[in-house]
Write a protein that binds this ligand. Sequence first.
Ligand code: ACM
Ligand code: ZN
Length: 636
Amino acid sequence: MKKLDVRNYFCFFLLFLIQPAAWAADNLPVHLIPQPVSLVEQHGQFLFDHSVPLIINTPGQELNETANWFVNQLTTTTGVTIQQRKSGKNGIHLSLITSGDKNIIGKEGYILSVSPTSVSLKANSIAGIFYGMQTLLQLFPADARTIFAGEQKRLGIPCLEITDYPRFAWRGIMLDVSRHFFTKDEVEKYIDEIVMFKYNVLHLHLSDDQGWRIEIKSLPQLTKEGAWRVKRTGQWGQFLPALANEPATDGGFYTQDEMREIIRYAQLRNVTILPEIDVPAHSLALISAYPNLSCTQLPYSVNAGFHDPVRDDNALCIGNDSVFTMLDKIFTELAALFPCEYIHIGGDEAYKGFWAECPKCQKRMADEHLKNVDELQSYFVKRVEQILKSKGKRLIGWDEILEGGLAPEATVMSWRGMKGGIEAAKMNHHVVMTPWDYTYLDLYQGEIDGEPPTYGMCRLSDSYNYDPVPDSVDEQYILGGQGNLWTERVPNFRQVEYMTWPRALALSEVYWSPKASRNWDDFIKRMEIQFVRFDAAGIKYARSAYNVILKPVRTTGRDFTVTMSTEIKGLDIYYSFDYTNPDSFYPRYEGKPIVFPFGADQLNVITYRDGKPIGKQINIKKEELASRLNERRHEY
Ligand code: ACM
Ligand code: ZN
């Protein structure tokens, strides 16, 4: 043992001689997202190479699996392959804290210490170890693979002490796999991406008017019919309806075996899969398979993104007992399949007009003494809650489930702003906050020029600056929040990534880090390092926050001036009115509103940093700017 120590000292001495540059670069930078609770940077670095051992101090199968995950992930992100060893000194030590009182770090926290001779990662649970590993991976240089493949064959990470734990227990991302279907491999890739930033819920929107995505063995028609639609490409919402006898070839679904694999994949990464079956409305895929379940009982096919001039009857008939028999079958299988304690039943955006005219629904209202269709919806949700309870599950739904009276034990996912969440929390119900204008990942993230059309704006700074706990609410009822990615206009996985990042970086900090540590400029610095990591990993992200923000300000009548700004500080803005492409030799925006010169009808603008273009060139018509004069909250 002594001998080994001496040899190690000798090695360090040699390293010192050979690599003076590495040692001189003392305090290596630390760029973590989300920001940890406590970070103390220290001098020096720990050097990784193939010889560094990984030592598990607490035996157990699960910790072994997580350690294997880390070894593989380390190789993928850095090129370094380390080996698990039974014992050893100068390595990475993983330990579960088993003795004494559980400390401040709780269920998902961790304590990470990096010294020149060892890395120690401790946690109360496997989840904490996993998050500590995610932090550890972010300590490597952003271009780690390139550096490691070079001459040096070693990678330094900075010495430090981190104590870290989440602010909220529920840190979710919702992926809509109904409007566009994403394969099992794509869902698993998405899980790998969101866990880098310590998300722990993946909410899958498994049914809607555009597709049913989960095998229900007792109801094979649901996927035979409901998972498929005619194929269309172009602009969502503008597609032509199905032609006569046109085959429905577009779509897909997860078999229960595939879903079990996704669940297992997620579990190993501390992610719970929350399944959503959206009822009573948004149910056209179900109704296309079982047309007798709507009030009108008309035959429908799965919607492929058509604009329907006539409203589809996409809601289940609440007067029809077969609806509840069918839901019982569906939820029986889902309850057995998904370990999540919740099942999400949707509940949003029900058009209640068909219920008002349906004899069966009217009879139900009379029999149950329901005063109006809101109460009819509430009856439906309460009855579904009973079904879920009988299968050992809890109900969560969109905030419309408040209308007509909230089911006794329901948890509310507040999307139409924070109002529904506040109301539910004040009634002592649990809440997951997902207000659309701060957390919806399908919205524009900056200037709309050149982006696929969508219906609102949620800038990176909107997401970063939002807080899920309104002043008037007791924090204990707010479980946490999510970013929600609806996919009507997200037809492929690259676009899933583009819409998710970087806004989900901002949200990860909202849901994990202490509120007091939020700092926009510092976040942007760390985000830019993350962009390098994304580039290295081939993950797509949006650079919209570098683009100019144009705000028309009315002067008189139809006249207006234009102010320009950027979310990220320190950018220069150059512009032209003559259709040419501005660069740093063009007029620079100096902060005073500008006026369109006489006869000019288009403004071209670009942002620069340190003399180099950084944002996208925006070309915008005067008319388009004029049409934005009445826009209230967001200037786009
Ligand atoms: C929703 O965005 N309709 C929940
Ligand atoms: Zn009805």
